[in-house]
Design a protein around this ligand. Structure first.
Ligand SMILES: [Ca+2]
Length: 374
């Protein structure tokens, strides 16, 4: 990046400039890097996926998809995207490429969407074309719709390493916490579909009276991070607790992760939510954070540009803002490392094919930071 470009980028993006760009190297436990304002002028970027040609497809929560070129220049909004309910924590959420993207050109999106009776987390599929999105199709609504409240949509998408299954997180929507415990309700769950969007016959609650067959696990509050550990093939998810009680969980089929019956968190006014932090029949978190870290995106490092980060799990944190790294031994997280503390709210972290790291900065005047080895 030239000094001139840096200056212009700073003028265009005060929040980013305030945040981070540093010409000096930052030394951390397993990497030395420089922070560069890569893409500026994005409003609440939420999710992203690198295309095979190296461009980044990125979502902005108010309802836009853009392509960012390797030089950081963002395109005009793509045509053909969904109408979204961009209030509270809702809007356009995640974007993911289908495992067979190279041949199908399919992408998947998640949104907050208004339907009769209220708002839901919705999963969509669309075709990515040179002119924008085509054949936009609603695949699943996390019903029932909820009239009140615009919080806790979940919305993160992941595919299994074999490309056969799609996983979607849904939040419990905050108004009625027990939605997370109901098997007849798709809120507060991890859902599993085939990569074509159908219900797999071997999902854990298929055939059970009153249960929704899309459910893979239940008892989640607001999971906004989901990823497979590439070293082991194990599925992990991160979720927001209330006042404290954020969690990292290993996700197994049919298991109940406890919200709101067990939690390490408290109500925002400090009162207890549950008597217990653990109970028979419920899964304990692999790690819980008190006080909160507000974990959003979850990503595993692949190596490449940052060999010291190979296999580590990363959580983008909103409050307090920063990036959290967990070195992993198999599926066991080690001692955590916090980086870039107290600066930008990091919604998600992505790695490109070369292993360079990208941080989605969640701000009205947000953007994407790139970490380059130094
Ligand atoms: Ca839990």
């Amino acid at each position: 990046m030239t000094p001139r470009r840096t200056l212009l980028a700073s003028l265009a993006a005060p929040a980013l400039a305030r945040a981070q760009e540093s010409s000096t190297a930052i030394a951390t436990a397993a990497a030395r890097f420089r922070v560069v304002n890569w893409a500026t002028g994005l409003q609440h970027p939420w999710g992203g996926a690198f295309l095979p040609d190296g461009r980044l497809l990125v979502s902005e929560r108010p309802g836009r998809l853009r392509l960012v070129s390797p030089d950081g220049a963002a395109s005009a909004p793509l045509a053909g995207g969904p109408v979204v309910e961009a209030q509270g924590q809702g809007g356009l959420l995640d974007v993911a490429l289908a495992p067979d993207f190279s041949s199908s050109r399919h992408i998947w999106l998640s949104t907050a969407t208004a339907i009769p009776g209220g708002v839901v987390t919705r999963l969509w599929r669309a075709e990515f074309t040179p002119g924008g999105l085509a054949n936009l199709t609603a695949v699943l609504d996390a019903t029932p719709a909820q009239a009140r409240g615009r919080l806790h949509y979940g919305g993160r998408i992941a595919f299994s390493p074999d490309g056969q299954y799609l996983f979607l997180t849904t939040g419990e929507r905050n108004e009625v916490r027990e939605r997370a415990q109901s098997l007849g309700d798709l809120a507060g769950k991890v859902l599993r579909l085939t990569a074509r969007g159908e219900v797999p016959r071997d999902n854990p609650f298929v055939g059970r009276e009153g249960a929704r067959p899309e459910i893979w696990s239940l008892g989640h509050r607001n999971p906004q991070g989901i990823a497979f550990n590439p070293a082991t093939g194990t599925l992990f998810a991160a979720e927001f607790g209330p006042l404290g009680g954020d969690e990292l969980n290993i996700i197994r089929p049919g298991r109940n992760y406890g919200w709101p019956l067990i939690t390490h968190g408290r109500n925002y006014i400090g009162t207890r939510i549950s008597e217990a932090t653990s109970a028979p029949g419920f899964e304990d978190p692999l790690r819980a954070w008190v006080p909160a870290i507000s974990p959003s995106g979850l990503t595993f490092g692949a190596g490449g540009a940052f060999p010291g980060w190979r296999g580590s799990a990363f959580l983008g944190c909103l409050n307090p803002p920063g990036l959290l790294r967990l070195p992993m031994a198999g599926d066991m997280p080690g001692r955590e490392e916090r980086m870039l503390e107290g600066k930008s709210r990091i919604r998600h972290m992505l790695f490109d094919a070369a292993g360079l790291a990208y941080l989605l900065v969640d701000d009205r005047v947000g953007g994407i930071l790139r970490l380059e080895p130094a």
